[in-house]
Design a protein around this ligand. Sequence first.
Ligand code: DGJ
Length: 749
Amino acid sequence: MGILFHKEEQLFQIITPNTEYCIKIVDQRYIGHVYYGRRLEDPRCGYLLRTAEPPFTPSVNQREKGGFMDSFPFEYPAWGVGDYRESCLNVRTEAGYRGCELVYEDYRILDEKPGLPGLPATFGKGQTLEIICKDPVIGLKVILCYSVFDDSDAIIRSVFLENLSQQPLYIEKVLSACLDMDAEEFDLLTLNGAWGRERCIEQNPLSYGKHGISSVRGESSHQEHPFLAVMERRGHQDQGQVYAMNFVYSGNFLAQAEKSQFNSLRMVMGIHPEGFEWMLEPGKTFASPEAVCVYSDQGLGKMSRIFHDLYRNHLIRSPYLHTKRPILINNWEATYFDFDSEKLIAIAKEAKKSGIEMLVMDDGWFGNRNNDDSSLGDWQVNEEKLKGGLKALTDSVRAEGLLFGIWFEPEMISPDSRLYKSHPDWALKLPGREGTLIRAQYVLDLSRPEVVDYAYESVASILRSCDISYVKWDMNRQLTDVGSIYLDSARQGECFHRYVLGVYQLQERLIQEFPDLLLENCSGGGARFDPGMLYYSPQIWCSDDMDPVERLSIQEGTALIYPLGTIGAHVCDCPNHTTGRTTPFTTRGHVALAGTFGYELDITSISKEDREQIPEQIRLYHKYQPLIREGDYYRIGSWRETKKYDCWQVVSKDQKEALVTYVQVLTEPNYRSRKLYLKGLNPKAEYRLEIEDQKALKKRADEKNGNVARRLLESDGQVYSGRLLMQGGFLIQRLEGDFQSLLFHFVQV
Ligand code: DGJ
């Protein structure tokens, strides 16, 4: 394991526990991608670059250099000198010329994983390969970085630029990673969606041309996600080669797979070049965000587990990462803007009786905010709603025995606010244009240090004033009119990226000053659920749609990359506020258990029957949260594909226990049981089955049509071998009715 350089072969090997990545220098100049896949451990693999075939390398066949440039598998392709595929780098000189050719110069192997100033970055014990190259004509130095950790099969890539010339260079495009390989029969996988249905999996055959997803919305977005994978056509959860990339960044991105004329495939990922330009002054450097590359030879399931472990072990820093998070109740869907201290205290009192541990006060507690038309930026408590101020409320909630959490949207400004009246130029704006409103609000210009300071103090001063354990950091609109009066004309193209750096700086300051704070990021639901934000907060609100049926697809797509413990999930009231659907309270609980778990309903007014189920759900949370948070995730069946049911499983790292969640979305007119094959168990171990929600099942068993419930109860305590459950299968009774769910706990005996 580790990083090696074979001088004779001019070949770098980057070796992780199960994978290998090889790079070769040819003509002492070009940096070529040789191999990525299962461990090879043979430095003679350089012939895979095909340089012994036409068009050969330029040192052999200079007259066809163009053919070489357009077919060679480059580690980091630049624009303008013959490679017409998607480039990673485009630089304009002071004289206005574009074109760049990178020449290999040297390398360094570091016994560490350096951080990235101002940007989120993976960390931990590992090694880094730095390949140093230059364009001597324009005076640009480029360092290609590849980092690996001892315990992970991920490879982390980023790029550093340095201007060695005497003139400014204008970086029009700088992506973070490229992966060139042969285009086998691949499917392309992306995560797409909209508000209320974020990160749904899309899988399509990869055809010729460029197939990209991107965001130019200033955030990673509801619509498309900074993730891209190609999978062998016959691949599935457990089988097939998968190459995936995920971007550790929360702003504009481009992720693209391109099948070329020669049947080669180029995957790229990085900051979207649209609207981007960075003026690199002489002697200055620019660091690109990190892109994570993962190869799996056992389908999507293994890919997910590599991402999950990487993020748990090498990205999330929060002290809450490995602890049970307080079970919260949030008042948003309970009250929207219509609340006061009395109402919140009533919710807190009732919540406490059921075992809930924290009250979160959502939007509407400040300025004159009685709807979403006003007051963003005026972070002073509305004492008409909160009589006696925030301290009086937090003290009362604490006296009830609950922790207190609060909502902010620090990046925004309402035109109807005192802040806007005094600082209209603090909003992102284009001169001469009226800014485009979204949800009646503008975005603060976080490229300006004084605006960042104001936003920070708005949040920090409130946190300093009372006993607050949790912050929900929201962002409810995407960026438009991206211009800053703070930046001069040559730097307007930096505004999008500087905005993101401003957000990162704000959150970094917050977690440094309040190290015990539990921070949950949010963006109109889950529009900024990305690895960048996970560096600052251990959990992110996944979607405003809490309907458990909708959540199946949303959470499946999210869990394709992110550990379950990061997925903000609450039990809502019914009919659901987004879809109007009514589902059993138990199912809402089971689906929320596959995330952070909490409540978002008016506990004082829901039915007695639902309320009485809360203590049992909370017992399940306490019992299973460590397993769900730390365990290995396996997808057994996907509603997206089955059109009938959904099923996932979490297995403890020591394989001593496993929890299977099964949701029968639609009833079928056929009452034979369904056979499902469990995964990840120890084949030689024996497991005893524990059926959860027995009280409810017993009630159903006593009813006239209680056969299914009776059979389920009879199976409680049955013992199976791991091999039998995985190879023979496990039978799940067909349940009566739509949207029913069950939890099966297998404990090694
Ligand atoms: C969007 C969030 O996703 C909701 O949970 C809620 O906090 C609203 N914003 C408040 O405006």
